[in-house]
Structures are given as structure tokens and as C-alpha cells.
Design a binder for this molecule. Structure first.
Ligand code: ZN
Length: 220
């Protein structure tokens, strides 16, 4: 019987970093659906061949296929021994219902669904902090919060004026947060209703402080 964890959180809240720390600390295996898809394709399994065919035709990989891959991965001994942090599944309520069916069959338990919350201002700051050097011979990347150039707006290496890509613009960031919010709210309500949701606040503080909050949240 394995403990299953799911972390939900907006882009910029540190979900990836916190998940990595959690897995290192607890021994839980990090399983992302993207990696599962690549592994199945690389192995040439029946599922992998179906996925390859869908992708080649530009079609979406259905919930059924993703659920089948997750179900298969959960039977493996490393997960039975150490537990698992699922990344990328479930994203929707129908997927959450599929996961619930999978766990009922496999005998594994949903240990917690952790909702990582953060202030919009912090998220916007993080999502819009990247700057690039437009010089094709240089292409240095900066971050105005964590890795700023010595002189504001100027590349340290070549002196070119730094630019902000449209991916990192306020408009794109707002769009990403809105999509996250719309997709995730029903899932939050679903797990709240099942009494499986725990919450933590991710702040603009050292990573280990946020990680301490995560551990405290999971203990509750
Ligand atoms: Zn440069």
C-alpha cells in the first residue's frame, strides 16, 4: 500500500522546487505524466505505440490513456515501497475520479492533496522577472529578482539592451494565472469535499522556510 500525494499550485509558487525537496526528504517517487508518456513511447509498449500514433496525428492523449499509464506505474515495487508524488495528474475532476478508482483497485491511499497558495503580486513578480539579451551571439538570460545584470537593463557580457519576451510579459502571466485558477478551482472543491485537501502558503521567503510550512501542512 503506497501513500499517494498530489500538489496543486499556481505557476511561480515553487511547486516544482518544493516537490523535489519533498521527494528527496520522504523518498517518495516523483512521477510526471510527461515523463510517463516519454517512457512508454521509448519502451514501445502497447500504450506507448498508441500515444505515438496520437501525437503523430496531432491528436490529444485521452484521459483513459493517461489513467492507464498512471495505474500501470503505481503497480511497480519502488512506488509500493516509497510512495509517490503525482505530477500533472489529476488536472480535472473527471481525472480525479479516475484516480480514485485506480487507488481503490490498487489498494494505495491518497495521503494528501496539498494546495500551495501564494499572493498574486508575488506570482506576477516571479513570472515577469526574466530578461533576455537579444544579441544572437550572446543570448544571456537574467532575472531581475534573483540574477540581475550589474547595470539595470544592460547585458553584462555584451552591453546590449535587455528585452522581456512576450512569454514573460504581464499579460501572459495574468493569462496563465487565470487559466490555473479556472482549471484548479473545481479540483480544489472536489478534494476539499473528500476531506483530503491541505493548504500551505508559499511566501517570498527562503526555500527551507516554505518547505517547513509544507511539512507542517502535511502533518495536520
Ligand atoms: Zn548579451
Amino acid at each position: 500500500m503506497a501513500n499517494v500525494y498530489v500538489f496543486l499550485g499556481p505557476p511561480g509558487a515553487g511547486k516544482g522546487t518544493l516537490g523535489e525537496l519533498f521527494c528527496r526528504d520522504s523518498g517518495a517517487i516523483h512521477v510526471s505524466t510527461g515523463q510517463l508518456l516519454r517512457d512508454e513511447m521509448a519502451q514501445g509498449s502497447d500504450l506507448g505505440l498508441q500515444v505515438k500514433d496520437l501525437i503523430a496525428r496531432g491528436a490529444l492523449v485521452s484521459d483513459d490513456i493517461v489513467a492507464a499509464m498512471v495505474a500501470k506505474r503505481l503497480t511497480q515495487p519502488d512506488i509500493k515501497a516509497h510512495g509517490v508524488l503525482l505530477d500533472g495528474f489529476p488536472r480535472t475532476v473527471p481525472q480525479a475520479e479516475m484516480l480514485s478508482t485506480i487507488l481503490a483497485k490498487s489498494g494505495d491511499v491518497m495521503a494528501a492533496v496539498l494546495l500551495i497558495e501564494a499572493d498574486d503580486a508575488m506570482l506576477m513578480g516571479r513570472l515577469t522577472s526574466r530578461r533576455m539579451c537579444p544579441n544572437k551571439q550572446c543570448e544571456a538570460i537574467y532575472n531581475v529578482q534573483t540574477n540581475p545584470p550589474r547595470q539595470e537593463g544592460i547585458c553584462d557580457r555584451c552591453g546590449a539592451a535587455l528585452i522581456q519576451r512576450s512569454d514573460d510579459s504581464e499579460e501572459t502571466a495574468r493569462g496563465r494565472l487565470k487559466v490555473y485558477d479556472e482549471q484548479t478551482r473545481p479540483l480544489v472543491d472536489y478534494y476539499q469535499g473528500k476531506g483530503q485537501l491541505v493548504r500551505m502558503h508559499s511566501g517570498d521567503v527562503a526555500v527551507d522556510v516554505n518547505y517547513g510550512r509544507l511539512k507542517a501542512a502535511l502533518k495536520r
